[in-house]
Design a protein around this ligand. Structure first.
Ligand SMILES: [Zn+2]
Ligand SMILES: [Zn+2]
Length: 281
C-alpha cells in the first residue's frame, strides 16, 4: 500500500517532503505553483536541490503534482486557453527538472460550447504541450471529476476519448477521485458497488491506466455533481469503499492520496483512520 496526502509546499517545495514525512506518507501530492494565480515565482535552483536532497533522504516513494485551479485547457476563450497552456508548459518542465513523473489535472470546462468541443480542445492542448515542452518523462493523469457546471470528466468515456484521440496516448494515465466519481453517479458505498464501478472503469478506460487515487469521503450527495470533500468515514461514502481500495492487491502499488479538509490539523487523523481499515495479513 502506498498511502499519502496532499501536503503544503509553502515556504518552498522542499518543505513538502518534511510535511509528508511528519505524516509518515509513502507518497505526497503538491502544487508547484500558487493554485489561484496565473504567475508564480518559480523555485530557485537552490530550492530545487534542497527538494531533491530531501526526497532522496525520505522514504517517500512518489511525488505527484496537481495542476493549478485556474487552468482550463478545454476553454473556448483564447486568453484563458493561452494562459492555461503557458502555465502548464512551465509546470511540466519544472516537474521534469525535479524528477516528478505525474501531473494530475482536471479536464477543464467547455463553458457552453458542448462536451465534444471541450474534449477536442483539451486533446489539442495536450498534443501541443507534449510536442513543445521539454518534459519527455512527464505523464499526465486525467482526474475523474464530479462534473460541476460545464466541467468535463464526470463520465469515464470523457477520459477514454481524450486519451484515445491524442497522438500521444502513451503519455496519459488516470487519477480516480473517490468523492468525484461518487458525486458523478458511480456508486462505491458497498463492496458490490465497488466491483461494478471498477468493472466499468476497466471496460471503458482500462485499469492499466489507473496511476493514482484521490481518497476523499464526500460531503456532497450521490449523483449530485457537486464537489465537496469530507473527512474519511464522516461523509456520504463511508468506510466500505476505502476498505475495498486499501485491501485490493490491484491497487497495492498505486499512490492513494487524501485531499480531505483542514490539511494542517486533520490529515494525521484521516490517515490513521485509513490505516485502521487495512486487513491484517
Ligand atoms: Zn482530487
Ligand atoms: Zn474535489
Amino acid at each position: 500500500m502506498v498511502l499519502g496526502a496532499h501536503v503544503s509546499a509553502s515556504g518552498g517545495i522542499h518543505n513538502s517532503i518534511k510535511n509528508g514525512d511528519d505524516l509518515k506518507c509513502d507518497a505526497i501530492q503538491i502544487f508547484l505553483a500558487n493554485p489561484n494565480r496565473w504567475e508564480s515565482k518559480p523555485p530557485t535552483e537552490e530550492i530545487i536541490e534542497k527538494f531533491s536532497d530531501a526526497w532522496n533522504d525520505s522514504p517517500i516513494q512518489d511525488v505527484i503534482v496537481h495542476d493549478i485551479h485556474l487552468s482550463n485547457l478545454a476553454s473556448p476563450k483564447k486568453d484563458v486557453l493561452e494562459k492555461s497552456f503557458l502555465q502548464f508548459k512551465r509546470m511540466m518542465e519544472l516537474a521534469q527538472i525535479t524528477g516528478v513523473q505525474h501531473i494530475v489535472t482536471h479536464l477543464g470546462a467547455h463553458l457552453g460550447e458542448g462536451e465534444a468541443f471541450g474534449i477536442k480542445q483539451l486533446c489539442n492542448s495536450f498534443d501541443e504541450l507534449f510536442e513543445t515542452s521539454d518534459a519527455p518523462d512527464v505523464e499526465i493523469l486525467l482526474e475523474t471529476t464530479a462534473g460541476q457546471g460545464t466541467n468535463l470528466g464526470y463520465r469515464f468515456e470523457h477520459l477514454r476519448d481524450v486519451i484515445g484521440m491524442s497522438k500521444h496516448s502513451g503519455r496519459f494515465g488516470v487519477c480516480l477521485d473517490t468523492c468525484h466519481v461518487f458525486a458523478a453517479g458511480y456508486d462505491i458505498r458497498t463492496e458490490s458497488d465497488c466491483n461494478s464501478t471498477f468493472d466499468k472503469f476497466d471496460e471503458i478506460i482500462g485499469l492499466e491506466r489507473l496511476k493514482a487515487f484521490h481518497i476523499n469521503d464526500a460531503k456532497s450527495e450521490y449523483e449530485s455533481r457537486v464537489d465537496r470533500h469530507e473527512h474519511i468515514g464522516e461523509g456520504n461514502i463511508g468506510t466500505a469503499a476505502f476498505k475495498y481500495i486499501l485491501n485490493d492487491y490491484r491497487f497495492a502499488k498505486i499512490p492513494l492520496i487524501i485531499e480531505t479538509p483542514k490539511m494542517n490539523t486533520m490529515h494525521g487523523k484521516n490517515l490513521t483512520t485509513l490505516r485502521s481499515l487495512v486487513n491484517e495479513t
